[in-house]
Design a protein around this ligand. Structure first.
Ligand SMILES: Nc1ncnc2c1ncn2[C@@H]1O[C@H](COP(=O)(O)OP(=O)(O)OP(=O)(O)O)[C@@H](O)[C@H]1O
Ligand SMILES: O=C(CO)[C@H](O)[C@H](O)COP(=O)(O)O
Length: 298
């Protein structure tokens, strides 16, 4: 964790909605005039899509599983070093994993491949990570320790699977059977490397549908925001202004002392109301760590 070069990470499983909710952060950064460097967690996959297919086959022959949720398919050490480097110097190297033809064509590459590593833009105000492992901890690596604000994006699991199946079949060219097989293959890593992160987060946003999702494998569409609630759990944050949120967010209520529930359609508003002061605080600490004093003297 570095006050000088803060890191915000939004962490969630594949299909949880981390990319989708980036727009709320972009909006906050624009409002606060923050120049954020964006990095996608998929950059830290170890393998391209064809290489991963080979690894899956090899693991199967050895009676094992390999998945995008675990350390075999992701370089946690490189991610930890990247966060440490950004925290210390504001520098680091990034690349993109190109999922679709639309993403790959501008680079003249195939879907399922990586762009070359390149230097992060210089002089950014903070780093914004979006991906699978922003809060990962293993015996060898501790990614979470470098993150100043860790957010979990975690729909209940049936909804997460619906989002993944529909997105991967309609946008990423995978068959329904292949996506279901990847969910099964990922289960150990999901339990060992994805879910534990949500106990390390400062805030979790958990979308809960109010329509029947009891058979996610037959779902034809993704429940909309208006067909859901969002459960927002706070941990280790001082002075959470619950009365203000309850007043500002129509239809919200508290279900526990640390938990606010908002109608799905208010998720963007809730994110902005809750995250804006936390991000402002990071920027104040950043200025203080750099010896710059605000006009308010803070
Ligand atoms: N709040 C939401 N309401 C409705 N649809 C959503 C919501 N969040 C995500 N989705 C849909 O779920 C699918 C998966 O979302 P998204 O691509 O953002 O997931 P992700 O966490 O970034 O996944 P990955 O890490 O695999 O890229 C998308 O089709 C997206 O439109
Ligand atoms: O979203 C994912 C992990 O976050 C994907 O499962 C992973 O990036 C591999 O992508 P693809 O199946 O399109 O090759």
């Amino acid at each position: 964790m570095s006050h000088k070069n803060p890191i915000i990470a939004i962490t969630g499983s594949s299909g949880a909605g981390t990319s989708t909710t980036c727009t709320a952060f972009q909006h906050i950064f624009r409002t606060l005039d923050i120049d954020a460097a964006f990095v996608e967690g998929d950059s830290f996959h170890r393998f391209s899509r064809p290489e991963m297919e080979v690894e899956i086959r090899k693991a199967k022959e050895a009676g094992k599983y390999i998945s995008y949720f675990g350390p075999e398919a992701n370089d946690f050490g490189a991610l930890e070093n990247f966060f440490a480097s950004y925290g210390e110097t504001g520098c680091g190297k990034i690349r993109h994993y190109l999922h679709t033809f639309d993403e790959a064509v501008p680079y003249n590459q195939l879907p399922g491949t990586f762009t070359p590593w390149q230097d992060l833009r210089a002089n950014t105000d903070l780093l914004f990570y979006e991906g699978l492992h922003g809060g990962a901890v293993t015996e060898q690596h501790n990614v979470a320790q470098h993150v100043d604000l860790l957010i979990g994006m975690v729909p209940i699991v049936n909804l997460e699977w619906i989002q993944k199946i529909i997105r991967d079949t309609s946008e990423r060219g995978h068959s329904r059977e292949a996506v279901q097989a990847s969910i099964v293959r990922s289960m150990d890593d999901y339990i060992n490397h994805i879910t534990p992160q949500f106990s390390r987060t400062h805030i979790n946003f958990q979308r809960v549908p109010t329509v029947d999702t009891s058979n996610p494998f037959s779902a034809k569409d993704i429940p909309s925001l208006d067909e859901s609630f969002v459960v927002i759990r706070f941990r280790g944050i001082k002075h959470v202004d619950f009365p203000y949120y309850l007043q500002m967010i129509n239809g919200s209520f508290m279900s526990r002392v640390n938990t606010l529930v908002v109608p799905g359609g208010k998720m963007g508003l809730a994110m902005e109301l809750i995250l804006t002061p936390l991000i402002e605080e990071l920027m104040i600490k950043r200025r203080q760590a750099r010896g710059q004093v605000d006009w308010l003297g803070t």
